[in-house]
Structure formats: C-alpha cells, structure tokens
Design a protein around this ligand. Structure first.
Ligand code: SAM
Length: 289
C-alpha cells in the first residue's frame, strides 16, 4: 500500500469518513522518501529496537517503522483514526496502536512494559501544537530511550541546535541539552504534507545521555534557573533570577552570580547548562542555611 499517494490518502479518508483535524495538528506525509528516511535514521541502525511513535495518523510513518523494527507502539489521540490504522497496518503483527493522549500517559511505565528487555527509541512526526511540551514530556519521563527523533517546525529545530549566545538559544535549548545531544538530520518542505502547513519542517534526532553531562544538587532549582534566565530576555540574569526566586532578596542573587564566577551584569542567554548548574547549586546551598 502506498500511503503517501494523494489518491490513496483521499480514498482512506473517504472510506473511513475522516477529515483532517486542525486541532490535532493533522498534516499527513505525502512524499514517499521522507518517512523512509526518518525510519532509516531514527536509530543507529539497531533494527532489533522497539519504536514508540506519537501520532501515527493513517499510518504512513508507522508502516515504514514496522517494516524495519522489531516492535512499534503508536499512540494516537484521534479515536476516529483507529479503524483506518487497523486497515493500513493489517499486514504487520509487530504493531500495537494505543488510543490515547501522549501527554496523559506514564511513558516510562509504558515503555518498560511494551519494550521489556529491548533497546527502544521514539520516532514521530509531531503535531505542531505540542512540539516542545511533547519533547519535554518524553525527556522528563526518564524512560531509557536511545534516541528521540522528531519532525517538527524548522525554526524549532534551529532553536534546539543553537548554542549559548546565539539569537535562537532559549530555555528549551538549555533544558534539552541536559538530557541529550541534538542533531539536525534533514529539512522537509511544507509541500510534503497534506494539507500543506504554513511552515517548513525539519527532522532532528536527540541522542540521550546515559547519565546527565553535569551534576546538579537539585534538578528542580536547576530548571527554575533556566526558566528564570530566559523569562525576561534583554534583562540581566541577576534581575531575571530575582523575579523567579522571590524567596531570595536581590543582593543575595547578585552575590550568588558573582560567587559563581560571573559578572553581575551578564545576561541569562549567554550561559550554558554548566553555568546554570553552578548557580543552581549555590542557590540550593543558600536554601539549606
Ligand atoms: N504520522 C503521520 C504522518 O506522518 O503522516 C501523522 C502526523 S500528524 C503531523 C500528527 C498526528 O498526531 C495526528 O495523527 C494527530 O491526530 C496526532 N496527535 C495529536 N495530538 C496528539 C496527542 N496529544 N497524543 C497522541 N497523538 C496526537
């Protein structure tokens, strides 16, 4: 079955009485080489892996994943798509479809159950409306993924691949870099989807670290430092953190920034996670006093 063929997509949509739901970010792939390439590159070639897919749609990417990998578990929020998926993926016995909202699932528990004894990774053409919350939900689950490969808006990939001091660098960049290293795989023009979205996309792959690259005493404080550092761009880190950490007075915050080795007028977006960790540890120690 050629699920990227426009006439096939239209036929399936008609037969199952489906319509493209904007609220679920339904833009389906109609270019055959894209799902093939994503499926090929979403791991380091470990086809014995399990793959967790988010948002299978009518099964276009799922089909390519199922052809290659040992087991595919796909989570779809739109229950009306399930009968169509059962049809389009009927030739496979290594695919499980779960009708649910990924944001409401315990991802770690699900993966440990479905992929017991296996390596496993995420592969998804994510809906635009939940791109960053979905990535953070997967990372924060602490499920032991090898890779998280997602197709998302091109601009978000640029943001996630940026470095401290770049104009694109943001809280999400710093947060993701705590969990893994990000690599852009390739760009995908808007014309590869039906309906055609207003923006271009790109595929990126996060290789997750076995252990975080830095030690932090209190991860809650660490992520609050990151959040605070970017909450008010163009303000100094000292002012931004004073707003986030209302429990400390301004002089204490300024003192902590200087004691961590930074100029008090530095801006939050100039620093990397090692720097936020230093400041977070000092805040943690101060809290204990
Ligand atoms: N994988 C298909 C493809 O590449 O053609 C469809 C991708 S489409 C961009 C996103 C899919 O995610 C849709 O099928 C949509 O219904 C589903 N989706 C949206 N929000 C979701 C959520 N919270 N949990 C699970 N699936 C979701």
């Amino acid at each position: 079955m050629r699920l990227t063929d426009i006439n096939t997509v239209k036929q399936i949509m008609n037969e199952y009485n489906l319509n493209f739901k904007k609220k679920f970010g339904q833009n389906f792939l109609i270019n055959a080489s894209v799902p093939e390439r994503i499926a090929d590159e979403c791991t380091d070639g470990n086809f014995e892996s399990g793959i967790l897919e988010i948002g299978p749609g009518i099964g276009t990417l799922t089909y390519e994943l199922a052809k290659r990998y040992k087991k595919v578990v796909a989570i779809e929020i739109d229950a009306t798509l399930i009968p169509a998926l059962e049809y389009t993926l009927s030739e496979f016995d290594n695919v499980k479809i779960i009708s649910a909202d990924v944001m409401k699932l315990d991802i770690k528990e699900l993966c440990e159950k479905e992929f017991e004894g296996m390596h496993f990774s995420v592969c998804a053409n994510l809906p635009y409306y939940i791109t960053t919350p979905a990535i953070m939900h997967l990372l924060e689950s602490r499920a032991k993924f090898d890779y998280i490969t997602v197709m998302i808006q091109k601009e978000v990939v640029a943001r996630l691949c940026s470095k401290p001091g770049d104009s694109d660098y943001g809280a999400i960049t710093a947060s993701v870099s705590y969990y893994g290293s990000v690599k852009k795989l390739f760009s995908v023009p808007a014309g590869c989807f039906m309906p055609m979205p207003k923006v271009d996309s790109a595929v990126m792959r996060i290789k997750l670290y076995d252990e975080p690259p830095i030690d932090v005493m209190d991860t809650k404080i660490f992520f609050r430092v990151i959040k605070g550092a970017f909450a008010q761009r163009r303000k100094t880190l000292s002012n931004s953190l004073a707003s986030e950490f209302g429990e400390f007075d301004r002089q204490t915050i300024a003192g902590i920034i200087e004691a961590s080795g930074y100029n008090v007028s530095i801006r939050g977006e100039a620093l990397g996670i090692e720097d936020y960790a230093k400041i977070a540890d000092k805040l943690h120690e101060m809290k204990k006093k």
